[in-house]
Ligand binder design. Structure first.
Ligand code: BJW
Length: 250
């Protein structure tokens, strides 16, 4: 761990009032949830890009549901890690803190974060393909695959944004408004290749915000980052938090 960079990140955060954190699959990696594009990202022989599409669901809803069943099982069995916990604590550390996630695993809420902006939906919610009704359903395993709407019998799908589908307008509006108004944006555990989420840090930077990246690997965003912290977020975030608290007490 590079102590100078931890110090630099803590210094940037010390004076910040409005802070945004954008998280991706990497924040949950240390909890045991596989990332999408890492070496564990494959399910059977499929890539996420082949399954997370409306076309894949139309062609074979059972296959897509089997993938989600497998992921629901993984997510149900794991706990938030120290990275999630620091972000939950930061709700009260700054005057304004907005947590935006691309993840659908619900681990930020489980760690205590309130009002999380979930850009890509939530794996514990199902949506009727006919009526659009959204219901929470934490059953695992689901009694039948594919599940059907109890009200009308139509197929239920995961309430998740697949490739080529628009993000919820109000949710996206909230994410862009917070990014445009923040002093600092942290991007944590995301490959920063999926849009519009990947545009949020660029939008923040264009509006004058400082960008802090936390990722073991470089990403397309690294060049725009004021501080790039290389390492796992479950280690880096607690180190930044500890240094920030020390600076504020000094
Ligand atoms: C660690 C770590 C540790 C490892 N600690 N870090 C502009 C340009 C080009 C294309 C587009 C564009 N705008 C839109 C598009 C098309 C498309 C897109 O972006 N394609 C690109 C791939 C090229 N976007 C869309 O289709 C979006 N919809 C849209 O734009 O609609 C427009 C529209 C308007 C009107 C009508 C119709 C349409 C929708 C995107 C939906 C994304 N969905 C998915 C899957 C579903 C969710 C699910 O089932 O879970 O969401 S894809 C998948 O990627 C998932 C993720 O949320 C998302 C982002 O991935 P993430 O989180 O970054 O994970 P990884 O695996 O990529 O990276 C993990 C990172 O962690 C790595 O960097 C590691 O190094 C790091 N790491 N261990 C910290 N311990």
């Amino acid at each position: 761990m590079d102590d100078d960079k931890i110090e630099a990140a803590a210094e940037v955060l010390r004076g910040a009032e409005r802070v945004v954190a954008l998280t991706g699959a990497g924040i949950s990696a240390e909890s045991g949830v596989p990332t999408f594009r890492g070496p564990d990202g494959l399910w059977k022989t499929y890539r996420a890009e082949e399954l997370a599409t409306p076309e894949a669901f139309q062609a074979d809803p059972v296959l897509v549901w089997e993938w989600y069943e497998w992921r629901r099982g993984r997510v149900a069995a794991v706990e938030p890690n120290p990275g999630h916990i620091v972000l939950a604590r930061w709700q009260t550390t700054f005057r304004s803190f907005t947590l935006i996630t691309q993840n659908v695993d619900g681990l930020h809420a489980k760690a205590g974060s309130a009002d999380v902006v979930e850009l890509h939906g939530n794996i514990w919610k199902l949506r009727c393909t006919a009526e659009g009704t959204v219901t929470e359903n934490r059953a695992h395993p689901l009694p039948e695959l594919p599940p059907r709407c109890p009200a009308c019998g139509a197929l239920l799908r995961p309430h998740i944004v697949w490739f080529g589908e628009p993000l919820d307008r109000a949710t996206l509006g909230r994410a862009f408004a917070a990014s445009e108004a923040c002093d600092v944006i942290l991007t944590i555990g995301t490959s920063a290749v999926v849009h519009p989420a990947a545009s949020l840090p660029l939008t923040a930077a264009a509006a004058g915000a400082r960008v802090i990246e936390v990722n073991p690997e470089p990403t397309p965003l690294t060049l725009s980052a004021h501080v790039s912290l290389r390492g796992p977020s479950g280690v880096i975030l607690p180190a930044v938090d500890e240094r920030l608290r020390a600076l504020r007490q000094a």
